[in-house]
Write a protein that binds this ligand. Sequence first.
Ligand SMILES: [Zn+2]
Length: 436
Amino acid sequence: MSLSVLEAMSILQPIAPDAVLLPSLPGCSQAKGDEETKFLHKMLDTVASLVKSSSGTPRKQACAVSLSLGQSSCMMTIAFDFSNERTEDVRQLMQSIWRWMKEASVLPEESAEKNQELFEIVFETSLNKFRRRLKEKGWCVDTLITKAMEGDLSKPRKDFLLAAESMYNDLLRQLDVDNPDFTKLANSLSIHVKNYASAKSKMGGFHWLRQYERQIDKPGVKCPGFVRYMDKLLKPYNQYTLFCEATRKPFIRTACSFPLTVTVLPPPDPPSCPVFESTIDLETRVRLYLKSAIHSYSPAAANSSYTDQVIDEYWQRIQQVDRFPPPLGVHCECTLLRHHLNPHPPTPYPYIGVSRPPCFQCALYFQAYRACADGGRILFWTRVGPHGERRACALPTGGSHGPDDAAGERVVKEMGIQLAKVIGYVLTQRIETLLE
Ligand SMILES: [Zn+2]
């Protein structure tokens, strides 16, 4: 291979500015499963998301979570993108949720009083973030609703906006104080959420809101999508209801009857080297790489009369990149997956919960990991998502992984093979267009 995986990731960006070119590659990530399985996946994603809210700065922090269940013990392993000084808070948060779930799961029936304890834990954890979202991004709510109400809207659409407005203003009033009254908030939210969800369910779609959203864009500040904003605002409430529901699931009841150990992995050191350690012979190396990438996807396309022309075109694009930024640090889901490369008992459940969908490269890492999994290694999955970020992040290899280094290297090698196919796919599309 003439380029390393990180180098190839970096040239992918100028090669495929249009995400449409990468339809379903990597052929990602969702384990198929019944309702219970899906619920557990959602719960692990929710735990990751809540833990991330509790971890303070930096804002771009992300979190990954795995759960291992033994004969009489349960272990949660947590990884972050960036180092986190509040690991003790994270441990305490998970212990208090675990304790709550254990107690709630043995009650003969659901208790409003018991639920209130959880409501406070979840809302206090997210409080700072929640206030920021209400105040900094909430400007769109009143402005948009006023603007839309001036238009000619049907009654269900008006009702929907009014339900959203009354919920938003109530939240703002109750949370924009030093010591919010969580009991009052829980009561009013449960009514608001019901009204809002009922009004929302009567909408066939939200295309009609777009014209108003566009009207209130300010220079440099775009109006956040209204429905998406409201959904994000309700996130702590949805997290809370999910944990309530979890206590009625057999698997989770079993898990929370065991004591929980929480381990927070230290994130690997951020890489300081540039992606391209040397630019000597870069052109030759990139051209060779592109050629072999096309060949790996389609030997026929690699022999086409347009191949050299397409490689020329893409080399021009790559050259226009001023400076390839150094790789991002290792992303949390890969740190965690690497940690489980040689699983120690108790056996981890094969799904890693994440606070945001994995980026393209991490999805590829998971795919390569599964492709290499032999000899009874667990097939880990993670969340499906639009793989937003396509900048290279460092890979969790090297260092002192001891005897499992060879296994880690095999995963990275497999990743290189799959990445070459992705790049080969993009270039083959271009060759085929020219052939038509
Ligand atoms: Zn990633």
